[in-house]
Ligand binder design. Structure first.
Ligand SMILES: Nc1ncnc2c1ncn2[C@@H]1O[C@H](COP(=O)(O)OP(=O)(O)OP(=O)(O)O)[C@@H](O)[C@H]1O
Length: 232
C-alpha cells in the first residue's frame, strides 16, 4: 500500500499553553478511509490544521504525497493545500452570497490542476459541480440558490461536493455530520464514500460519534495515539 500521509514525532502547543499533541506516528494510505475520534477539546481540529498545513508543529515531520510540509513557507503550504486537499469544515464555511454551484466551483478558481481534472472527468466545470451535487443527493432545483438559503443537511452536501471537485488526493472532514440524525448521517457517509472511491481520494473523517466508526477501513482514538494528553 502506498503511503499518502505520515506524521512522525509530532509536537504541538498553542502559544502560552501546555503541549496539546505529541504523536509518535500516524499514517494514512492511498484510498484508505480512516475514522479519528476523540472527545471535545482533545485536539482533533488542531491536528487537522497541522496536517493540512494551516499551522506548523513545534517539532516533527508531516509528509503528504512525499512532500515535507514543515519545510514549506506558509504561502507554499496554502498552495499545496488547495491542490491536494479537500476540506469539509465543521461549520461548512460556504460563502453565503454565492450560489450553490459557485461554492462548489471555488477550489477550481484557486487550483488550475483541480479545474483541469474536473473538466477531464466531466467535460465542463458546470457539469462537474452538478454531477457531484446530484450524486451527493442535492435536488437540482437548488443549484442556483444562494448558499445561505439552504438547510444544514443541504449545506453539508454542498461542502462535500466542494471538497471533492477536481479529485484532491485527500479529503478531510471535521465532524460534518454532527447536526444530522443517525440515519441521515449513515446515508450521507455512504454517498461520500462512493464519491471518494470514484475520485480515488483518501478520507480522514473526524468525529466524537463512535457509532459511525464501523463503516470505515480503520478507526483510531486521538487520546490513544496522543502521548501529551493520552490515556494513563
Ligand atoms: N486558535 C487557538 N488558539 C489557542 N488555543 C486553541 C486554538 N484552537 C484550539 N485551541 C485549544 O486547543 C484545544 C483543542 O481544541 P480543538 O478544537 O483542536 O479540539 P477538538 O477535539 O476539535 O474539539 P471539538 O470536538 O469540540 O471541536 C482546546 O483546549 C482549545 O481551547
Amino acid at each position: 500500500m502506498t503511503t499518502l500521509l505520515e506524521l512522525t514525532d509530532l509536537h504541538f502547543a498553542w502559544p502560552k499553553q501546555t503541549e496539546l499533541l505529541n504523536i509518535a506516528n500516524f499514517k494514512l494510505n492511498c484510498g484508505q478511509k480512516i475514522f479519528l475520534r476523540g472527545p471535545s477539546g482533545s485536539g482533533k481540529t488542531t491536528l487537522l490544521g497541522l496536517l493540512s498545513g494551516v499551522q506548523k508543529p513545534n517539532k516533527g515531520s508531516i509528509k503528504l504525497l512525499g512532500h515535507e510540509l514543515t519545510l514549506l513557507s506558509a504561502t507554499a503550504r496554502d498552495k499545496f493545500r488547495v491542490e491536494h486537499i479537500g476540506y469539509v469544515f465543521q461549520q461548512f464555511n460556504l460563502l453565503p452570497f454565492l450560489s450553490v454551484r459557485e461554492n462548489v466551483l471555488l477550489p477550481c478558481r484557486f487550483s488550475k490542476t483541480r479545474a483541469q481534472k474536473a473538466i477531464n472527468r466531466f467535460s465542463s466545470l458546470e457539469k462537474a459541480a452538478d454531477t457531484l451535487l446530484n450524486n451527493l443527493g442535492l435536488d437540482p432545483a437548488l443549484y442556483k440558490r444562494r448558499a445561505d438559503q439552504l438547510s444544514i443537511g443541504q449545506q453539508q452536501r454542498v461542502a462535500a461536493a466542494r471538497a471533492l471537485i477536481g479529485e484532491p488526493e485527500l479529503i478531510i472532514a471535521d465532524e460534518p455530520t454532527s447536526a444530522l440524525d443517525t440515519d441521515t448521517r449513515e446515508v450521507f457517509l455512504k454517498l461520500l464514500f462512493a464519491e471518494c472511491e470514484k475520485a480515488g481520494s483518501s478520507l480522514l473523517f473526524v468525529s466524537h460519534d463512535q457509532t459511525l466508526a464501523p463503516l470505515f477501513d480503520k478507526n483510531l482514538s486521538l487520546p490513544e495515539i496522543n502521548i501529551a494528553r493520552g490515556l494513563t
